[in-house]
Design a protein around this ligand. Sequence first.
Ligand code: XLS
Ligand code: NI
Ligand code: NI
Length: 437
Amino acid sequence: MAAFPEISKIEYEGPDSKNPFAFRHYNPTEMVEGKSMADHFRFSVVYWHTFRGGGADPFGPGCARRPWMLADGTVNDAIERVGMAFEFMEKLGNPYYAFHDRDVAPEGDSLAETNKNLDAVVAALKEQQERTGIKLLWGTANLFSNPRYVHGASTSPNSDAFAFAAAQVKKALEVTLELGGEGYTFWGGREGYQNLYNTDMKREFDHLAKFLHMAVDYAKEIGFTGQFYIEPKPKEPTKHQYDSDAAACINFLRAYDLDQHLKLNLETNHATLAGHSMHHEMEYAGSQGFLGSIDANTGDELLGWDTDQFPTSYYLTAQCMLSLLKYGGFTTGGVNFDAKVRRESMEPDDLFHAHIGGMDAFAQGLKIAAAIRADGELDQMVKDRYRSWDSGVGAEIEGGKHDFKSLEAYMLEKGDVTPCESGRQELFENIVNRYVG
Ligand code: XLS
Ligand code: NI
Ligand code: NI
């Protein structure tokens, strides 16, 4: 059964198109900086929001009308949903998707039955991947919905929760390998705390690290060579998540000898919850060699929670693309739309509008970033701002030729910091606006 009989393949029609079911900026074959747009973004659709989200909020149940909202949640329903999901993605033209184990298949009464359910749906996913050429960007395990994880999974005070989570990730890694997944993501789930009086934080961090080492070891054992990611988020569902932002994650990875094995999967709304911009998180991760993949979405300036909206701002996407191009682009990662339509957007078409808008916003962001880079004016201005480091005392300090004593002698002789120049923030902003506007 066709889920979207009225909609045909979304095509690129150019910036003047008024067809709501066409791309105005995303032209997969268009070359930018020597690479096609398709290869720059490696767009990915998420199973959990797009094919399982119904729009429930704390004040009411989901009211979305979706072709795959089938009656009783059986494995057969799940398999039927796979066909519809791939119909959506084929029409949209995204080359990748991502899922949690529990998004695609229902839990059974035992771990063994749950694994069997998953195998049945994975066979259907594999068939559809082969039919369409759509690939798995990354797999992951849902270690947060089931009440057994109420206190966390690998950081639970109950060692059985750790053990169950280990069994679950073992299976999730096997199916990710089976589907040729290019990565595997750990998002914190309930790994964090609500109150420090009842929490042994050090022990929980040690357990989290042990868990990740076990995953790395098992991947090696079964021959899974995809990239592991950790996804920072500062709060929700716990008051304080352990993987709170890029810097905290990188410190954790380095402290526990995991830095060779994991990169970051950065999410826009998580960055803003942490009090950062996505641009900041991408620059920080990129500069430290940890920029792996991005969960593309956006928050709402007036709301303080993870609203996971589709990105539409050209400033946001241009900033993402400036950082991404600067650090060499994706190798294993991609632009993964971890985003959901609003509860009020209950019609099936809304899923197309949301993804088309997000893909177009990124394509326009790429064009803006590439133009800024091609002109080089901004880069030159930044370079000029730091020119005192290119010669004289600056170059000597960078070259390791100074210590406190020699610098004191230098300053006693010179007298003061000269010249002291403007940062010219407003001029920089005006220049960026030339490209965005
Ligand atoms: C939740 C996270 C989640 C991960 C995958 O806030 O963004 O969706 O991306 O577990
Ligand atoms: Ni995410
Ligand atoms: Ni989120």
